[in-house]
Design a protein. Structure first.
Length: 201
């Protein structure tokens, strides 16, 4: 398969890319400042340009995007917008624009997160974004044409991110990275559609 992986140089993306490459698939990594092609997922024009460079694909995976972590009392529209424009609308636009480049039988795999079900303190914005990503996947799966599929992988706190994000998630069980990678493999290589693949422990 020809797989486009947005966020391919990130903590999760690197492991996902390695897993699909080891299985003999062509992986095209994309990122704001890294990867085979560059893309700013907050910009629809940049997304369109990326797809023009890659041409038709069999799968698109996105592991990019985050959101505002901070006190609820200090949360403002301005603080929320980078996450909304990136992790939410960026992923939505990868699908809306990418469906014109996705081969019949192909798939989209987005990334949400545990905060949609189990928000951490200071994580209201991220909980909102992850929940919206999940809801978009559930709705879009009903509308896909030509046997195309869409799923979301919802990670918990992965081992490789504990040093960076562990303070935000006290008491959360760490997720083994190989278990998380398997969820992306299931989404792309399996037959599931419209699923939120939760990997929380």
């Amino acid at each position: 398969m020809k797989i486009l992986l947005v966020g391919g140089q990130g903590t999760i993306g690197r492991k996902v890319a390695a897993a699909f490459t080891a299985r003999g698939h062509e992986v095209i990594t994309a990122g704001r400042n890294s990867g085979i092609v560059q893309v700013d997922i907050t910009s629809p024009d940049s997304i369109e340009n990326m797809y023009r460079q890659t041409g038709n694909i069999d799968a698109c995976i996105c592991t990019a995007g985050t959101g505002y972590y901070g006190p609820f009392e200090e949360m403002t529209t301005q603080l929320m917008m980078p996450g909304i424009e990136g992790k939410l609308l960026g992923q939505v636009n990868l699908v809306l624009m990418g469906k014109n480049y996705l081969n019949s039988g192909g798939s989209f795999t987005l990334t949400s997160g545990i905060a949609a079900q189990h928000p951490a303190r200071n994580g209201t914005c991220v909980a909102m974004i992850n929940g919206a990503v999940n809801s978009f996947v559930l709705g879009a799966a009903q509308e896909m044409k030509q046997e195309r599929r869409i799923n979301a992988v919802s990670p918990g706190l992965v081992e490789d991110s504990n040093e960076r994000y562990g303070a935000f998630f006290p008491g959360y069980n760490l997720v083994p990275m190989n278990k998380l990678v398997n969820a992306y493999i299931l989404s792309v290589a399996g037959a599931v559609n419209g699923k939120i693949l939760k990997v929380y422990s």
